[in-house]
Design a protein around this ligand. Structure first.
Ligand code: MEV
Length: 432
């Protein structure tokens, strides 16, 4: 039986499901039921989700959790997080509470500039190209007015356009490197529309003026935004780090060493930064932003010195422990999914309808808090204790435990170490 199809997108949703199930799945009734189980009974809401993408067959749920008690620049937030990993929200909440009792997080938006580029080839004399660019730069901006008018009225728009000579990297390769202020919008559509207009004007004018042709290869925003930067930090006297039986001096020393390791050792840096992204991505997703763009930009920033490094830094100086991070975050609180997805609207409302700059600060704090929580566990008890406690419910659900079994087993593991095999053994024993 052929596993390929033409015209799939033209089929109705139920025809698509029938085709997928009959072509790829052996247990078709169960698969079909599972797919349909996730349909929303509210037809309008379902249609909204169907229309986000092409070829929708169902909805894919992630839990939406909330980590309360985030004190940021004196304001207390409950931070919405969409994530499947069991321990992330718990860790964020714990770190938030810890720092709330020690003055909270401080944040600063350092810059908000976004970037887009028209990549083109030109084999003629570079001086001619420079003269030509300088002569039409104003026209490039003028021709984009229908696109930039509204953004300019709100105080944003095109900041600058530069001609960049990249012929050292590829023969004949140049760029129009443009910078933008997109205010509360993430700005992808705005930037890409401006770039395509620049390309059009540039090419048309070049045909009339230059001896050699300009070949536009592509026009696209860059997700590398090192000038859309936010800083988040915490600090306190070393003694204030004490909690339970943790010795604050020893803890601070081990913590700073753990960060130093991630600053010099890429294998550790990747995992260290992954933990930061647990916090960042969860808030980015809950607020309807593009987590792939954020991921790509943040990891590129972690390699900005030519080597992949920790995004966070820590030090102890004059008896003060400080822990901080600078991270590029091009986020939006208007446009895109932010005004479409009902849960995104709720998440933004929980945060008090933030401006993009405020969201940048909240997201950076979620990343810093997550890293603090991870390093605190790693340098003291190890992460498995907390992680497996949170994961216990997943194992119980895998075994279809009922509420009586869950209660008994959760009770048992209050005083025993959770491992997968220990939980299986406990279920079997209980069921026997
Ligand atoms: C797990 O999702 C994240 C950690 O591995 C991060 C880290 O090692 O710092 C715990």
């Amino acid at each position: 039986m052929s596993k390929s199809i033409s015209g799939f997108s033209k089929l109705s949703k139920s025809e698509k499901i029938d085709w997928i199930v009959s072509t790829y799945l052996s247990n078709s009734d169960i698969a079909k039921n599972t797919i349909k189980q996730y349909f929303n009974t509210d037809k309008k809401l379902q249609q909204l989700h169907d229309e986000f993408i092409e070829n929708t067959i169902s909805n894919y749920y992630l839990p939406l959790g909330v980590a309360p008690n985030f004190l940021i620049n004196g304001i207390t937030y409950a931070v919405p997080m969409a994530i499947e990993e069991s321990s992330v929200v718990a860790a964020a909440s714990k770190a938030a509470k810890f720092w709330m009792d020690r003055g909270g997080f401080k944040t600063t938006v350092i810059s908000t500039t976004k970037i887009g580029q028209v990549h083109f080839m030109y084999e003629g004399a570079v001086d001619d190209l420079r003269l030509f660019f300088n002569s039409i730069k104003t026209k490039l901006i003028e021709d984009s007015k229908p696109i930039t008018k509204n953004m300019e009225m709100r105080g944003g728009g095109i900041i600058d356009i530069e001609l960049r000579d990249k012929t050292e990297n590829i023969e004949g390769y140049y760029q129009l490197h443009a910078t933008f202020e997109t205010l509360d919008a993430m700005g992808a559509n705005f930037i890409n529309s401006c770039l395509e207009q620049f390309a059009k004007t540039f090419k048309a004018e070049a045909e009339d003026t230059l001896d050699s042709p300009v070949e536009v290869i592509m026009s696209i925003l860059s997700n590398y935004v090192p000038d859309c930067l936010v800083r988040a930090e915490v600090s306190c006297e070393i003694e204030a780090l004490s909690e339970g039986d943790i010795d604050p001096e020893a803890f601070a020393k081990r913590f700073v060493q753990a960060v130093s390791i991630a600053e010099v050792e890429p294998h550790r840096a990747v995992t260290h930064n992954k933990g930061i992204m647990n916090g960042i991505d969860a808030v980015v997703l809950a607020t309807g932003n593009d987590f792939r763009a954020i991921e790509a930009g943040v990891h590129a920033y972690a390699s900005k010195d030519g080597k992949y490094k920790s995004l966070t830094h820590a030090k102890v100086e004059d008896g003060i422990f400080s822990f901080w991070m600078e991270v590029p975050l091009a986020l939006g609180t208007v446009g895109g999914l932010t005004s479409l997805h009902p849960l995104v609207k709720v998440s933004l409302d929980i945060l008090g309808k933030p401006k993009a700059t405020e969201l940048m600060q909240i997201v950076a704090v979620a990343g810093l808090a997550q890293n603090f929580a991870a390093l605190r566990s790693l340098t003291t008890t190890g992460i498995q204790e907390g992680h497996m406690k949170m994961h216990l419910m997943n194992i119980l659900n895998q075994f279809d435990a009922n509420s009586r079994e869950k209660e008994a087993i959760v009770n048992h593991f209050k005083t025993h170490t959770v491992t997968h095999s220990a939980v299986v053994e406990a279920i079997n024993k209980l069921r026997a």
